[in-house]
Design a protein around this ligand. Structure first.
Ligand SMILES: NC(=O)C1=CN([C@@H]2O[C@H](COP(=O)(O)OP(=O)(O)OC[C@H]3O[C@@H](n4cnc5c(N)ncnc54)[C@H](O)[C@@H]3O)[C@@H](O)[C@H]2O)C=CC1
Ligand SMILES: O=C(O)C1=N[C@H](C(=O)O)C[C@H](O)C1
Length: 258
């Protein structure tokens, strides 16, 4: 029998961190060896035996944590939002330097996913597939009011995928004759796609992608009613990241949906 994969959780006292600790403890093939909070240094992992870290913290801390975890010799699964292209490039380069000359078994991986819920991953995939067939597309994300960032990482990724698909299909700007009377009335604009953020007590994490043509509409909707929805994806990522040297962005890559 192979020994369980040793997992450290960074941001362990947060909403997602706590759920991840419980999920890891409930998995026969994983063992929880460290739980770090905001006041702990990554150096505290020395001697823990951790092979993989799961990182759910805050956008302002996540990149620094990931570099420190690579330096500490761990593969990393990241759910924290706020990843710009330049940050992803820095992590990709760091991994290339760290993995140069390593045996396959020693090479490190980092898997960053804006959303680990299967329904959300599929919604993003379907939106990307549908985008080229519609004149109009807008994204509405709806979350609990304790969320620190807007728009959500999922909505940003969805909008970017829609914009890429439209550009590849040669579609121009979307029809929109509106003159806004109040700043922000039409939401944020991400690569030409309008994105609207709702914060409402009682919600967890939800997104609607609205696609319109003359006389018809396609609505793609994903709802996470509970943080348990993210756990199968997080655990899958933990098991996969040790087999995937380098940077992987999006759970769709692991599910062969990319
Ligand atoms: N990818 C996905 O599927 C999901 C991603 N998220 C994202 O995960 C992040 C965390 O979300 P929540 O758990 O709801 O937030 P939260 O606010 O409940 O938890 C964040 C935790 O990180 C801790 N923290 C802050 N700086 C730290 C540092 N330098 N080192 C260690 N811990 C630190 C905080 O003290 C807090 O306990 C957000 O960016 C959120 O958007 C949330 C849900 C699903
Ligand atoms: O903060 C949250 O709760 C969530 N954050 C992620 C995001 O910003 O996309 C994923 C999910 O929407 C929940």
């Amino acid at each position: 029998m192979t020994s369980p994969l040793a997992v450290a959780v960074i941001g362990a006292h947060g909403r997602m961190g706590q759920a991840v600790c419980d999920a890891v403890e409930g998995a026969d093939d994983l063992t929880l060896v460290a739980q770090l909070g905001a006041d702990d240094s990554i150096d505290a992992l020395a001697g823990s035996g951790a092979t993989v870290a799961v990182e759910f913290t805050v956008p302002s801390a996540t990149e620094e944590n990931v570099h420190a975890l690579i330096d500490a010799g761990l593969s990393v699964v990241v759910g924290t939002t706020g990843w710009a292209d330049e940050s992803l490039d820095r992590v990709r380069r760091h991994l290339e330097e760290r993995n140069a000359g390593s045996d396959d078994g020693d090479a490190l991986g980092v898997l960053i996913a804006p959303n680990f819920a299967l329904s959300a991953v599929l919604a993003m995939t379907f939106a990307k597939q549908a985008a080229r067939f519609f004149e109009s597309a807008e994204v509405v994300e709806l979350h609990h009011p304790n969320k620190v960032d807007a728009p959500s990482g999922t909505a940003l990724t969805t909008a970017r995928h829609i914009a890429e698909a439209r550009a590849a299909a040669g579609l121009g700007a979307m029809p929109d004759a509106t003159q806004t009377q109040v700043d922000g009335a039409r939401g944020a604009v991400v690569d030409g796609v309008h994105v609207h953020a709702v914060r409402l007590r009682g919600l967890v994490a939800h997104e609607e992608i609205l696609l319109g043509n003359p006389g018809e509409q396609l609505t793609i909707r994903t709802d996470s009613f509970d943080r348990s929805s993210f756990m199968p994806g997080v655990l899958l990522a933990v098991r996969e990241v040790v087999r995937r040297p380098g940077l992987t962005f999006g759970l769709d890559q692991v599910l062969d949906l990319g």
